[in-house]
Ligand binder design. Structure first.
Ligand code: T4K
Length: 410
């Protein structure tokens, strides 16, 4: 039974019952048709072909290429290895310009390969890398730019492409959030030299773990295909350095099944998004990140910005309250890559060059959505947020008394 939240004294921080008896997560996986998934896995077992470019992987790659209208899709074991392979395919070295406001995997993929991520600030409106600052960051060691289509909202791809072309740099995109999204009517996957998706369990379309490198360039695709398979060109023949980045048949079976429900997943995300949007619209100091509905979007992230100067409640206080109600909202992407190791020690002053990233890291909160979140659960989450902002004085006192541990930004 869900506990009603009409008055601030109903909140858990004042002794009320949690709004939700079970925890509500951000990133609860969408599961397609179980029967068809299990049928496919059964076939995999019968064929005794479990990995190494099996039938399911080949079919998944073909379907994704068709769906995105992109020439090549190379499935990988996860998005991070996909990024590492893509970076290597482009022969990036030295320094590569990336946003700091992203999941740390974007930066780590570079660092893992001995390349220095040069952190660029974000645009305060889009949360994406600010192209206006990229050019000023180019040094003689810079070899490329990695844009991240954060929350599934495309980067300013034309501006980045223009800089890359004029300055002789490679351009690729971390499209981990942007599967099934478009830019000016063209599907994400067709921009830069390469784009990399994540199909992790927490993404709206998942293959348990998984990812894909997509490109329209034949030579880059061939290189990626070899590199994710130990660098093999043929049997027993390594033609260049490679890794094991292959997707398994079980993962591909999950992907094929998920693709069949893709429209339903997006429709549920869209329903939740519209509901959040309608109910949070009139709360001063709370801004829901909007999606351009004239383009294809997957609506998989519900992202709030909490302006504490208006709400008088900080993002972290709101987070404490929501967590106490069993709403496990997340501070994506706190505290910004530049404040994580090894970057924090190496660039201790980076924060002063990244004011927008610093601000977003203090303000942004991701809320639960997906097929595991019912429409009326969205209503309850919005009720809690409205109550907290309306009765901010009392609530603030309650939070301070409860003293739940949520680290403040240093
Ligand atoms: N680039 C970008 C921009 C990315 O966002 C990511 C990944 C990557 C690159 C790398 O792609 P992958 O190598 O992961 O394919 C999660 C995901 O693990 C990560 O894939 C994702 N981005 C990131 C945004 O979110 P965490 O540290 O938040 O994961 P965790 O374990 O806390 O899970 C999130 C929530 O989901 C929890 O509340 C629990 C829930 N959950 C999770 C799993 C795995 C479930 O309910 N069921 C599950 O099976 O990173």
């Amino acid at each position: 039974m869900r506990a009603e939240k009409r008055h601030w004294t109903d909140l858990v921080v004042f002794g009320g019952k949690p709004a939700f008896p079970e925890k509500l997560h951000v990133g609860r996986p969408n599961i397609g048709n179980r029967e068809r998934l299990l049928g496919r896995i059964n076939d995999v077992l019968s064929r005794r072909w479990l990995t190494n470019n099996g039938r399911c992987v080949q079919e998944l790659e073909q379907r994704i290429s068709d769906f995105l209208e992109v020439k090549h899709c190379v499935a990988t074991c996860n998005g991070t290895v996909g990024l590492e392979v893509a970076i290597r395919v482009l022969s990036l070295t030295g320094e590569v310009i990336v946003p700091s406001f992203t999941f740390v995997a974007t930066a780590h993929a570079l660092e893992w390969l001995g390349i220095t991520p040069a952190f660029c600030d974000a645009d305060p409106h889009t949360h994406n890398i600010d192209p206006g600052q990229v050019e000023g960051m180019i040094t003689p060691r810079t070899t490329g730019i990695i844009g991240v289509h954060l929350w599934g909202r495309p980067c300013e791809v034309e501006a980045l492409a223009d800089i890359a072309e004029r300055r002789g740099l490679s351009l690729m995109f971390d499209a981990a959030h942007a599967f099934a999204c478009s830019h000016k009517g063209r599907m994400i996957g067709n921009f830069g030299s390469l784009e990399v998706f994540s199909f992790h369990a927490t993404k709206f379309f998942n293959t348990f773990e998984g990812g894909a490198i997509v490109t329209n360039d034949d030579a880059l695709a061939a290189k990626a295909r070899a590199m994710k398979n130990f660098g093999f060109g043929g049997q027993d023949e390594s033609i260049e350095v490679g890794t094991n980045g292959k997707m398994s048949e079980a993962s591909a079976a999950m992907g094929l099944t998920g693709l069949e429900s893709l429209e339903e997943f997006i429709a549920t995300n869209y329903r939740n998004y519209k509901r959040y949007r309608a109910q949070l619209a009139d709360i001063a100091g709370i801004r829901l990140m909007a999606f351009d509905e004239t383009e294809k979007r997957n609506y998989q992230y519900i992202v709030l910005e909490v302006d504490e100067t208006v709400t008088q409640i900080s993002r972290d206080q709101l987070l404490q309250i929501l967590q106490a109600e069993n709403v496990l909202a997340r501070r994506y992407f706190y505290p910004g890559c530049h404040r994580m190791e090894p970057y924090r020690t190496r660039f201790p002053q980076a924060g002063s060059l990244l004011p927008v990233t610093e601000l977003l890291a203090k303000r942004v909160l991701a809320l639960p959505t997906g097929t595991a979140v019912a429409a009326d659960e969205v209503d309850t989450i919005c009720d809690i947020i409205r109550l907290v902002v309306r009765d901010n004085r009392e609530v603030r006192k309650g939070v301070l008394r409860r003293n739940v541990e949520v680290a403040e930004l240093p």
